[in-house]
Design a protein around this ligand. Structure first.
Ligand code: IVH
Length: 747
C-alpha cells in the first residue's frame, strides 16, 4: 500500500504492534460508524507515517485496516466519500488540465546567487559571499535596522505546487504555471498520501480561536518531489521492464504530474513538503514560526531543517550548514532559501513585480572533479540499445567514489569530443547520477571515439547485427535472440496487452533466463509444468520455488495464448515501431504471419528506391491503410522477417504449431466452438477483459457491451452487479470463466 521510501525511518518490524482489531469499536455501532472510524484511523496512520516518521502499526496491519474499509465501502456505496483514503489509488483519467487562477500570485525568487563548493568552504572560514552581504544590506536599508532575523532552509529540487484548503478540505492543487494561472493537478495530488485531504487539529489552537482552529482558507505552497532512494528503485524497475528511465528525480516528478491518468501517478513515489503560504483566512499569523506551528498542528509536512539567523554572521554560517547538511536529506536540494521571519517586516519590504524583496536563494553548484577517462565500454541494454559507459579513474565527489558514468550515445560523445585517455570533468547530476561534463585535457594523438568501430559493427553481447534507425541516435541490436535482451523480450511477450501470460513478469523472466530455461520468448512453449514449478526465483543460498499452482496457471495462459489473434502476437514480438495500433492495422491487412512476412504491400511501402512519397501515399490510400502503418513500420517489419532472427521465429512457430490468424479475416461463424454465440462480459475475470474478448472471438463467438435480446450468455467474473440483475430479468443464462474454458477445450 505504501509507496514512499522509508529510508532512515524506524523499522516497523521491531515495533510493538497493538492489536487494532480488538480495539474497542466506536460507541455508535453499524457500518457507517465503522467506516468513519476506519477512515479517520487510516489518515491518522498516514500522518504518523509520512509526516512524523513515527508509525504505530506495521504495514501489514495498515493493509488489513485498508482492506476492511475497502470491503465495507464496496458493500455500502451509500456511505461513499471522495476523500476516503481508499480513493488515493487514483480515479478516472482526465481529458486535459483545467486552468486555475491563483488567488495570490505564485512568485519566484529574484535574488538567486550561485555558490560553488569552493566559495561555500571559503565563506565558512570567514570570507563572506559578497551577494549574501549585499542582500542583507538591502534588508537593513529597507527596514532601517541592523539585525534582521531570517530563516535559512534547503531549496528543494522539485516541482512547485499550491494546495488550496477551504474549510479544512483540499479544494484543489495547482502548478505554478506562469505564476498567475496554473494547471489543475488535483486528481494527481490526491494520490500523494503525505498530503492530507482533510485537515484536523491534533491539539486545540492556543487562545480560543474559531471553532476547531482550522482556517477557513489556507493555501499552502511547497514542492512535490521524489525521494532519492524511491526514485532509484523506480528507475531500476523501469529499466528491468524495458521502459525508458528518467534522468533525475525532478524530471520524473514533472513527468508524473503531467499524467492524465491518476492511477499511473498513484504508483509513483511522490512526496510533498510545504515551505510557504498563499491565500489565508484564519487566526492571525505574525511570523514564520506561527505558520510552521500551524502546519505542524494540521499535519501538513513541511520543509526542514530551518535554521534561524539573527545577524549577518549567523546567516553566513547557516547557509554553510545547510550546504553541509543537505547530502543527508533523502531528496534533491539545489540550494538554500533565506527568508525574513517577521510577517510585518515582510509586508514593509514588499515585492518587486516578480518576486518578494524579503527572500533570496542560493544555488549550490554541484561539486566537480577532474579525472582520467581510462576506457569506454559498451553495454547492451534490455531493449537492445548500445550505451557507451566511461570507466573513470576513481574520484571522490559529494561524498562517494565515482568510477563509471554513462556517456549516453554517439551524439553526446561527438558533442563533447570524448575519447579514451582524456582528462574529463565529472559531476553528479542532481547530486546522484555521475556525468561527464566536458573534456579538460585531450589525450595526445587521440582518435575520436566511435561506438560502431569499437564494437566492430556487431552487438557485443550476441555478435548480431546492429542498426541505427533514421532519426534516432541510438545504435540497437536487432537480434530477437540476443541474450542481453532476453528478459525484457520475455516479459514484454507475456505482458497483459501482448499474450497476457499472467505470472511471467520481470522476476520470473529473469529467473528463466538466469537458469538457462529460456533464451527467447518462444522457449516458454517448450517448458514443462514440472520445470516451471521447480524454477528457483531466489538465490542458490536461499531458494524460492515458483510452485505447482503458479506453474499450472502459466500453462493455462500459454494454451490460451495459442488461440489469440494475430495482432496480439505481432505486438508480443516487440518489433521496433510495432506498437498496439500498428499491430492491429497490420493484422487487419494480412491473414496470418506468413502472408505478413511476405507482404508485397509492406515491401513496396518500405522500399525507398522504387516508389516515391506520392506513390506511397497512393498505396496507403488504395489499401485504406490507417496512419498507424507507414514506411517506418513497414521497413521495420520487412527487415525483421527478412533477418535470420525473423526467419527463425517463423520456423519455430511453425514447429510449435503456432499459426495466429487475423481476427478480421477469419470468418467468425465458420469454425470454433463458440460460433454463433453472443456474449456480454461483466465483473473481474482472471484475465484482462480485452484478452477474454479476443479469446471468445478467436473461437468464433461475438462479444458486445450490453445485454439485449440477442445475448446468449452473460460471462460474469467477481462483482458485476447491475449486469447480473439485467441478465436475470431477461432470462439470459449467467456463466463463469470455467465454463467458457471448458467449451473451448472440449471442442
Ligand atoms: S520560498 C515567493 N522555500 O524555488 C517565493 N521556495 O526559486 C518564495 N523552492 O518558487 C519561495 N524550495 O518553487 C521557498 N524552501 C523553499 C523552497 C522554494 C524550493 C522553489 C519554489 C520557489 C523557487 C524559487
Amino acid at each position: 500500500m505504501r509507496l514512499e521510501c522509508r529510508a532512515g525511518w524506524p523499522d516497523t518490524g521491531r515495533m510493538e504492534e497493538p492489536d487494532l482489531f480488538s480495539l474497542p469499536r466506536p460507541a455508535s455501532s453499524g457500518a457507517d460508524a465503522r467506516i468513519r472510524f476506519l477512515r479517520a484511523e487510516l489518515e491518522r496512520h498516514n500522518r504518523l507515517y509520512y509526516t512524523k516518521a513515527a508509525p504505530e502499526i506495521s504495514d501489514a496491519d495498515y493493509d488489513r485496516l485498508f482492506r476492511e474499509l475497502e470491503t465495507l465501502e464496496a458493500t455500502h456505496p451509500e456511505f461513499a466519500d471522495p476523500d476516503s483514503p481508499t480513493l488515493r489509488v487514483g480515479g478516472e483519467p482526465i481529458e486535459g488540465f483545467r486552468q486555475i487562477q491563483h488567488e495570490v500570485p505564485m512568485l519566484s525568487i529574484d535574488d538567486v546567487f550561485e555558490l560553488t563548493p569552493e566559495v561555500a568552504r571559503a565563506s565558512a572560514t570567514g570570507r563572506a559571499e559578497q551577494e549574501l552581504v549585499e542582500f542583507y544590506q538591502r534588508l537593513r536599508k529597507g527596514l532601517g535596522r541592523s539585525d534582521i532575523t531570517v530563516t535559512v532552509e534547503p531549496k528543494i529540487d522539485g516541482v512547485a505546487v499550491s494546495l488550496m484548503y477551504r474549510d479544512g478540505r483540499l479544494a484543489y492543487a495547482a502548478t505554478r504555471g506562469d505564476g498567475t494561472t496554473g494547471d489543475d493537478i488535483t486528481h494527481n495530488v490526491r494520490t500523494i498520501r503525505s498530503i492530507p485531504l482533510k485537515l484536523d487539529r491534533e491539539t486545540p489552537s492556543a487562545g480560543g480561536t474559531p471553532a476547531d482552529g482550522i482556517p477557513r482558507v489556507l493555501e499552502v505552497r511547497g514542492e512535490i518531489f521524489m525521494p532519492n532512494e524511491a526514485f532509484a528503485a523506480m528507475n531500476e524497475e523501469r529499466d528491468e521492464e524495458g521502459q525508458p528511465t528518467f534522468a533525475n528525480p525532478r524530471n520524473a516528478t514533472a513527468g508524473t504530474l503531467k499524467q492524465l491518468d491518476p492511477k499511473v501517478v498513484a504508483k509513483r513515489p511522490l512526496a510533498f513538503l510545504a515551505h510557504g503560504i498563499g491565500a489565508y483566512d484564519g487566526e492571525r499569523l505574525t511570523d514564520e514560526h506561527a505558520f510552521h506551528d500551524l502546519l505542524d498542528a494540521l499535519g501538513i509536512p513541511r520543509n526542514g531543517p530551518v535554521i534561524v539567523a539573527r545577524d549577518l554572521d549567523e546567516l553566513i554560517e547557516a547557509v554553510d550548514r545547510i550546504n553541509q547538511h543537505r547530502h543527508t536529506l533523502d531528496h534533491g536540494t539545489d540550494g538554500a532559501v533565506v527568508k525574513v521571519v517577521d510577517y510585518g517586516e515582510r509586508q514593509s519590504l514588499g515585492f518587486t513585480s516578480r518576486a518578494p524583496r524579503w527572500a533570496a536563494a542560493y544555488k549550490f553548484l554541484p561539486e566537480q572533479k577532474e579525472t582520467l577517462l581510462e576506457d569506454i565500454t559498451i553495454q547492451v541494454g534490455r531493449t537492445g540499445v548500445l550505451t557507451p559507459v566511461a570507466a573513470l579513474k576513481p574520484v571522490l565527489i559529494s561524498g562517494s567514489t565515482v568510477s563509471r558514468a554513462t556517456l549516453h550515445n554517439q551524439d553526446e560523445i561527438d558533442r563533447k569530443g570524448i575519447h579514451i585517455g582524456a582528462t574529463v570533468l565529472v559531476e553528479k547530476a542532481g547530486e546522484i547520477i555521475p556525468a561527464v561534463v566536458k573534456v579538460v585535457h585531450p589525450a595526445k594523438h587521440a582518435a575520436a571515439f566511435s561506438i560502431v568501430d569499437h564494437v566492430g559493427g556487431r552487438c557485443p553481447s550476441c555478435g548480431g547485427p546492429i542498426t541505427q534507425e533514421e532519426g534516432f541516435v541510438a545504435w540497437r541490436c536487432t537480434n530477437f535472440q540476443c541474450p542481453a535482451q532476453a528478459v525484457t523480450r520475455i516479459s514484454h511477450f507475456s505482458s497483459r496487452k501482448a499474450l497476457d501470460i499472467e505470472g511471467v513478469g520481470g522476476t520470473v523472466a529473469d529467473a528463466l533466463v538466469r537458469r538457462n530455461l529460456c533464451t527467447t520468448p518462444l522457449d516458454l512453449f517448450d517448458l514443462s509444468a514440472d520445470a516451471l514449478a521447480d524454477l528457483n526465483l531466489g538465490t542458490d543460498e536461499s531458494p524460492r520455488r515458483f510452485g505447482t499452482k503458479n506453474a499450472a496457471k502459466v500453462c493455462v495462459a500459454l494454451d490460451d495464448a495459442r488461440k489469440l489473434p494475430l495482432h496480439r502476437w505481432l505486438f508480443a514480438m516487440g518489433i521496433r515501431h510495432v506498437g498496439e495500433s500498428a499491430s492491429k492495422e497490420l493484422a487487419r491487412l494480412h491473414d496470418d504471419l506468413t502472408s505478413l512476412a511476405g507482404s508485397p504491400v509492406l515491401a513496396e511501402l518500405a522500399s525507398d528506391t522504387r516508389s516515391d512519397a506520392k506513390k506511397k501515399n497512393e498505396l496507403l490510400a488504395r489499401h485504406s491503410i490507417s496512419g498507424d502503418v507507414g514506411p517506418a513500420v513497414a521497413e521495420s517489419v520487412t527487415t525483421f522477417f527478412a533477418s535470420d532472427a525473423g526467419k527463425e521465429v517463423l520456423r519455430r512457430m511453425h514447429a510449435l504449431g503456432l499459426n495466429p490468424k487475423s481476427a478480421n479475416h477469419r470468418p467468425q461463424s465458420a469454425d470454433g466452438p463458440l460460433t454463433g454465440k453472443s456474449f456480454v462480459i461483466t465483473g473481474t475475470l482472471t484475465i484482462d477483459r480485452d484478452a477474454m474478448k479476443d479469446l471468445i472471438e478467436a473461437n468464433g463467438g461475438r462479444v458486445s457491451g450490453s445485454i439485449s435480446a440477442k445475448t446468449d450468455y452473460l460471462l460474469a467474473g467477481e462483482g458485476g452487479g447491475s449486469k447480473r440483475e439485467k441478465a436475470d430479468q431477461m432470462g439470459v443464462p449467467v456463466i463463469g470463466e470455467e465454463e467458457i474454458r471448458r467449451w473451448i477445450e472440449h471442442s
